[in-house]
Design a protein around this ligand. Structure first.
Ligand SMILES: [Zn+2]
Ligand SMILES: [Zn+2]
Length: 259
């Protein structure tokens, strides 16, 4: 059986609950062979880079979440200086969040553009966070020519039209535990219609534990529930889900050692 990749997790946020070694052991015991640990602010990025350096099964990203508002925004150099590290395989998470945002939306859009510029400079793919902002996200990706690097629409919850627009710009569509929720019928329909060639799976742990563990603290091991759910939904074998999503991850982000 091919191994699974958790394309989006936050180990530092989870390590209050669990030791890093047990997070990774639990993942290995559930056939997870790799995980991309995603930054939400610049201050936390060195810790994530250190994790990726220490553990072969972890890769790192560098970026600032749209809800992490700083008084002074980042400039491109802030991202490229950390992002040039060999253990960093992606830039993000970046994007737009109009749902949780209390702050300045123009600030978010400006920072999003800055991340895209940095990613193009580094030639590394982007991790996009989009919430209640699908039109602006796609428009900015187009305006800034983000298709030069592509990346992933993480924790995808938008409609099929948005998914197709993102795929056209060379972005993969990543499904989290949300797709397993009972009330996620429209999203399940989107997942049914998207080709396995364009899909990734993720936990976004410690958030969003999939059914049947909804409400619990999530961890990378639980990405197998997302994979199992998608297999049933798409009437595919679990092997096919694993094979395709892992290959997609490798082609877009990085070579997984010992695969
Ligand atoms: Zn996110
Ligand atoms: Zn995240």
């Amino acid at each position: 059986m091919s191994g699974l990749v958790d394309s989006h997790c936050h180990i530092p946020l989870l390590s209050d609950e669990m030791e890093v070694d047990s997070i990774l052991d639990e993942a290995k015991n559930n056939n997870i062979i790799h995980m991309l640990c995603v930054a939400v602010d610049l201050e936390g990025s060195p810790e994530i880079i250190a994790l990726a350096k220490q553990y072969e099964m972890v890769s790192a990203s560098v970026g600032v979440h749209p809800n992490t508002q700083h008084e002074n925004g980042l400039v491109v150099d802030d991202i490229t200086s950390l992002g040039s590290n060999d253990n960093v395989v992606a830039i993000g998470e970046t994007g737009l969040d109009y749902f949780r945002s209390e702050g300045d939306l123009e600030w978010q859009r400006d920072q999003f553009r800055t991340h895209i510029t940095a990613a193009k400079e580094l030639k590394k793919p982007l991790i996009i966070h989009s919430r209640e902002a699908k039109v602006d996200v796609i428009q900015i990706l187009k305006e800034e020519k983000a298709d030069k690097v592509g990346g992933v629409m993480h924790c995808f919850v938008d409609d099929l039209e948005t998914a197709k627009a993102a795929i056209d710009l060379d972005f993969l569509i990543s499904f989290s535990g949300i797709v397993t929720f009972k009330n996620a019928k429209p999203l399940q329909e989107v997942a049914r219609q998207i080709s396995l060639k364009n899909m990734l799976i993720e936990t976004d742990s410690p958030y969003l534990a999939p059914t049947p563990l909804r409400g619990k603290v999530n961890q990378p091991a639980y990405v197998r529930y997302v994979a199992e759910f998608l297999a049933e939904l798409k009437e595919e074998t679990l092997e096919n889900i694993a094979l395709n999503t892992t290959k997609n991850y490798e082609e877009k982000f990085n070579k997984i050692n010992n695969l």
